[in-house]
Design a protein around this ligand. Structure first.
Ligand code: NZQ
Ligand code: ZN
Length: 393
């Protein structure tokens, strides 16, 4: 096993009616005045936002509100949050929502605590020295931002989507009541399940020999999410299925599944998807579903043993004796799963028919104009990336 550092400082308060503890938790982590961030309306409609405001009031915490955060969250909203937070003198950020709201809170936290344009972080031209403390009330199991070190923001002009990672931005606490996710539309539930699977798969498909315990835990997580996501397509209010998926969402992206592997994972699919959701504003998990098969077939020859193991241990494909062929069968089985939960397995099913010029633009942006390669199992340059997008049509 390779050396590693595992840092997962977020206090997780999980289960029914845990929202009631939010005020105390904010107090525990030093809040004197809170900026409550939320999305486009679901938290208002469900009454959750009011509940959160009430529990803050109950512990004597004043707050300001920043609503209207959209999926693939925009930089303009981050600037609005920084201005509002400074004007109101808040010292704590409370995200009520999913990855988009939590990521906006992280960006606002960096913007308020540092003396330069926050986009410099996402443009990889600066490093944060601090971040305001953040708490999260999670309403969708998907991005795992409640325990992750990353945030992803999209520029309004040019729709450039970029991530920034720092331990400073990891939320101090996450309140996770699986019942809050009952109201998710099936498409968002499925898209979230794909993202959860992919956060583990990005780490599972790596070039090294692996680490026994990490591999087996990753396989258990994938198996659990494969099973529970199918249940949720039929029974969206199945509390236990929601709970398993929600906990999987946090564990999948808190770096647990790279411990001892000697790598931080592959991440090529995520890099390629961020271009898609930046340019075309699609749901992140659905974008991953649309691109994964094309990526997997492209890199399969570079790591047939890993794909063979995935096929046998995760997808339950029998051993035909040929790792390459088994790998192909595993990829097909995963795509069949995606279809079963009504996720796209190509760009057309995602609703996109990019022109050749748009494919060029996607590959160009993803490769930083030819200045970087992506992926670990196989390093992919601009031409490789272009082919993978093309094959995903
Ligand atoms: O805005 P509202 O009205 O709340 O609706 C949201 C939104 O339309 C809805 N929703 C959320 N909870 C709901 C609900 N609807 C009904 N009932 C509920 N309980 O779901 C939609 C999607 O919300 P969003 O926050 O965008 O979802 P998700 O958690 O999938 O976040 C996606 C964003 O996170 C980024 C993605 O790129 C994308 O921008 N990611 C962030 C990561 C991180 N910070 O570590 C890692 C990921 O790989 C990912 O890149
Ligand atoms: Zn993701």
């Amino acid at each position: 096993m390779e050396n590693f550092t595992y840092y997962a400082p977020t206090k997780v308060v999980f289960g029914r009616d845990t929202v009631a503890q939010t005020g105390q938790l904010a107090r525990e982590f030093g809040a004197n005045k809170v900026l409550v961030l939320y999305g486009g309306g679901s938290a208002v409609k469900s009454g959750l936002l009011q509940r959160v405001c009430d529990v803050l009031t109950a512990v004597g915490l004043p707050y300001a509100l920043l609503g209207g955060i959209q999926p693939n969250p925009r930089l303009s909203k981050v600037y609005e949050g920084i201005d509002l937070g400074r004007r109101e003198g808040v010292d704590f950020l409370l995200a009520v929502g999913g990855g988009s709201v939590i990521d906006t809170a992280k960006a606002v936290g960096y913007g308020m605590a540092n003396d330069f344009d926050v986009w410099e972080l996402y443009a990889k031209r600066a490093q944060a020295a601090a971040c305001l403390p953040i708490g999260a009330v999670v309403t969708i199991a998907a991005a795992g931002s409640e325990m992750s070190n990353s945030s992803v923001i999209t520029r309004d002009d040019g729709l450039l989507k970029r991530g920034y990672s720092s331990n400073l931005g990891r939320p101090r606490f996450a309140v996770m009541d699986p019942a809050l996710t009952f109201t998710l539309p099936p498409y968002q539930t499925a898209s979230g399940c794909v993202d959860i699977l992919m956060h583990t798969m990005e780490r599972y498909f790596h070039p090294g020999p692996g680490a026994a315990l990490t591999d087996v835990m990753a396989e258990a997580l994938m198996g659990t999410v494969l099973e529970k996501s199918r249940i949720l397509m039929d029974t969206p209010t199945d509390y236990d299925a929601r709970a398993e998926v929600m906990w999987a969402g946090s564990l999948s992206h808190n770096d647990l599944f790279e411990c001892g592997t000697g790598t931080h994972g592959d991440w090529a699919c995520h890099q390629m998807e961020h271009e898609l959701s930046g340019m075309f504003d699609v749901a992140h998990g659905a974008g991953l579903a649309a691109i994964w098969g094309s990526w997997a077939r492209y890199v399969l020859p570079a790591a047939p043993e890993r794909f063979d193991r995935f096929a046998r241990r995760v997808m339950g494909v029998g051993d035909c004796g040929d790792p390459l062929e088994n790998g192909r069968r595993g990829i097909a089985a995963f795509e069949a799963f995606l279809s079963a939960i009504r996720m796209p397995v190509n760009l057309r099913q995602l609703g996109l028919t990019p022109s050749p010029t748009q494919l060029d633009a996607l590959a160009d942006s993803c490769s930083y104009h030819g200045g970087r390669t992506i992926g670990a199992i196989q390093k992919l340059d601009r031409a490789d990336i272009r082919r993978i997008y093309q094959n995903a049509l």
